[in-house]
Structures are given as C-alpha cells and as structure tokens.
Design a protein around this ligand. Structure first.
Ligand code: T4K
Length: 374
C-alpha cells in the first residue's frame, strides 16, 4: 500500500495567543490559595488599573465579554428610541440594542474604511434618535472627528463598538478613547484575549461607577440596589490572564504585523483580488486580514472559501450575511438592498484569511499560493 501523503494541519482563521502554561501557574495558585474567584478581586483591580495605564485612558470597567459590556454601556448612557448603527458587523452589535428594547437603524458604510458613513448617519437622524453605535471594523478607525461633530451638534450619545480595536493607535492615542464610551472585546479570537472578556473605556469616575453597579446586579453597597443590574463581571481567572497578556501584547503584535506584511507582499498584483487598504494609523493591531474577491478573480468568493477549506485552510466570511439579512432582522424591516449598496457589495466579496501571532510565514506563503492557483 502506498503511504498516504501527510495532510497539513488545519489552519483556522484565528488562534488565541497564550503564555506558556508554567508562566500562568503562579497566578492560578494565588487564586486557589486565596479562594477569591470573582467580584472585583485583586487581579480584577490590578488588571483594570494596568489596562487604563497601558491604553492611556482615564477609566476602564472590565466585563465578562463585550456583548454584555455593550448592553450595560447602553443602559448607563440612558439610550432610548432609535440608535443608528452598521449592518456590516458581528450580530452582537445589533443584538445588544434589541436586548435593551432599542430600535437599530441601519445605514450604509464607507467603501474604504467599511465603517459607518457619517453622511448616511446624518441623513438617518430623526427626533427618535438617541445615539450612534459605530464599529471600528477589523480595527480600522471610523471617521471619529465627523461622528463626534455630528453627535455634538445633534445632541446624540456616541458609543463605539471597538470590539476589534484593542492596540490600535490612531496617532492621538488609543482608538478606544473616542466617544462617550467604547467597548472592546477580549474574546479568544481577538488580537488580545483573556479567554473571553471585554471592557468599557470611558472618561469619568461617575460613569464608571454606574457601569460597575450595573454589571453587579445594580448593587450600590451591601444592602442597597439602585438599578436593574445584571451579572456581567469579569472573574479572577480572566483578569489574571489579562494581566499576563498585557506584558506579552507588543511582542504578539509584532508577529501579527509580520504575518500581515507577508500576506500583503504575496497577494499583491493578483487580478481581481484586493487587500483592505492599510489604515492610516500610528499602530495597527492586524486583528483580521480581509481580502475582497472582485469579478476579475479566477473564481467567486464562496468558491475560494471552499477551495481553501479543501486544503485545510479555514477562512471566514466576516461579516456575511449582513446583519440586516438575518431573517429576524428582515422581519423588523431592516433588510434593504437599495439603501445599503456598499455594505451588500462588501459582504458578498469579503474573505478573512487566517491571522494570528504564531501563524508560520511558510503557512502564509502556502495560503497565498493556494489563492494564486485557485
Ligand atoms: N462586536 C463585534 C464587532 C464583534 O466582532 C464581537 C465579537 C462582539 C461585538 C462581541 O464580543 P464578545 O461578546 O464575543 O466578547 C467569533 C467570536 O465568538 C466573536 O467574539 C467575534 N466577535 C466574532 C467576529 O467571531 P465565531 O463564531 O466566528 O468564532 P469561532 O468559534 O468559529 O472561532 C473562529 C476560529 O477561531 C475557530 O475556527 C478556531 C479558532 N478558535 C476559536 C475559539 C473560540 C480557537 O482556536 N480557540 C478558541 O477558543 O465568532
């Protein structure tokens, strides 16, 4: 019998960067010995402070994930009625609004940044609008200046879904400093992970206190409950990992940058294939590596996705279908090909290639060759 050719290991779109287990064991032991597992424990406090310092922002409130952080931030901001947001995002962005009984109003995205188009936002403002919820998709900054001006002029709250934006510096500091508040995700698939996790970045201590109460059932002291809070607290294990990851993040980012640079080089000059233009930022986080499959490419986007899969490369079509295409959102009347032309077009073309700190450059070359020969 002829021996089977070895199949290369599957390469997934993301893979969490983790410290060596032995490095993490002392933190685990500390938690075990103290029996302090959650509820604003010492690791939680240290991580919150370290994060604020690392990001250069005034206030950070940690959460168990970004979805609950979005939910709670909207409550803390007192949103009501309609909130203008993007259909080109992970479904959690819009779901968080529905959980708060807010009506998402979807407007189109900018063809270059793929983030909310401020002109479309302005057109969509009504007397019922209370806020704008833009997303820094793939870590590319939204037009923060125009959105801030619009929010100021029209008296709207500005809450950023910065789930993808950890580590991005737009030249003035962390991208997460913008708006009334920004939410970031530390999910396993993100550039920076705490297993799961998230945070709200905000400007003043009073707002952080509101968030802290809301994420802890609404408690304002041992025997006082002041709001319909929820349980959205980050636990000590997540916080201990986060603290350790903070010290490793810059090195991890350099590795991601090398992967991104290799893709950019290898995928240049392929007819019908475009990479996302490099964002004009002081520091990118290379959280995703999207490419766009145009008519001139050898095969369609879905065929390329399948072709890679057959060769053990699991790319993802983030964010296809658009949120507005999910049946439950269609039922809400959100679906519209006509007023979301850019988002519809991008969702049909996009393919996110594997990117993570430990992705070998040889594997990047192999993926690029698979694309070139599709
Ligand atoms: N806002 C935006 C704009 C977001 O993108 C997200 C989340 C949120 C809000 C909400 O944030 P969180 O509440 O999650 O903090 C993933 C993530 O679950 C989700 O966090 C993320 N965005 C979204 C874009 O992607 P899936 O369903 O694609 O993940 P999954 O499980 O298919 O993982 C992708 C690949 O990653 C797997 O093939 C293998 C690898 N992987 C995954 C996990 C979970 C690992 O190697 N290890 C792991 O532990 O949603």
């Amino acid at each position: 019998m002829t021996p089977k050719a070895p199949t290369p290991e599957t390469i997934t779109v993301a893979r969490p960067d983790l410290p060596p287990l032995d490095d993490f064991l002392p933190s685990l032991r500390e938690i075990w010995d103290s029996h302090r597992l959650t509820n604003n424990g010492p690791f939680h406090q240290r991580f919150e402070q370290a994060l604020a310092q690392y990001l250069g922002v005034p206030q950070v409130a940690l959460f168990t994930n970004a979805t609950l952080a979005l939910l709670v931030a909207q409550q803390a901001l007192g949103l009501h009625g309609e909130v203008i947001t993007t259909p080109f995002s992970f479904v959690a962005t819009a779901h968080s609004l529905l959980w708060n009984r807010l009506r998402p109003v979807f407007v189109d995205i900018d063809p270059v940044t793929l983030c909310l188009d401020p002109r479309r936002v302005e057109e969509a403002i009504t007397e019922h609008t209370s806020a704008i919820l833009p997303v820094h998709v793939y870590g590319t900054p939204c037009d923060t200046q125009r959105l801030a001006a619009l929010a100021r002029q029209r008296g709207l709250k500005l809450l950023y879904d910065g789930a993808h934006a950890f580590g991005v510096d737009d030249g003035g500091g962390s991208l997460l400093r913008h708006g009334d508040a920004s939410v970031v995700s530390f999910h396993a698939t993100k550039a920076f992970n705490t297993f799961e996790g998230g945070a709200v970045i905000c400007h003043d201590a009073a707002f952080k206190q509101r968030l802290d109460r809301l994420k802890n059932f609404g408690f304002a002291g041992e025997v006082s409950v002041v709001a319909t809070g929820i349980n959205a607290k980050m636990n000590e294990f997540q916080a201990a990992l986060g603290l350790m990851q903070l010290g490793r993040f810059d090195a991890s980012l350099s590795k991601r940058a090398a992967v991104a640079a290799r893709y950019s080089h290898k995928l240049a000059h392929i007819a019908g294939l475009r990479c996302l233009p490099r964002a004009d930022v002081a520091r990118n986080n290379h959280a995703y590596f999207p490419v766009f499959v145009d008519e001139g490419f050898a095969v369609g986007r879905d065929a390329l996705h399948e072709h890679l899969k057959r060769h053990g490369v699991l790319s993802r079509r983030y964010f296809y279908p658009l949120i507005t295409e999910f049946p439950m959102y269609r039922e809400l009347g959100a679906h519209s090909e006509a007023h979301l032309p850019v988002a519809n077009d991008v969702a049909r073309r996009v393919l996110c290639l594997p990117i993570y700190a430990d992705l070998a450059l040889d594997d990047v070359d192999r993926i690029a060759d698979l694309i070139r020969t599709a």
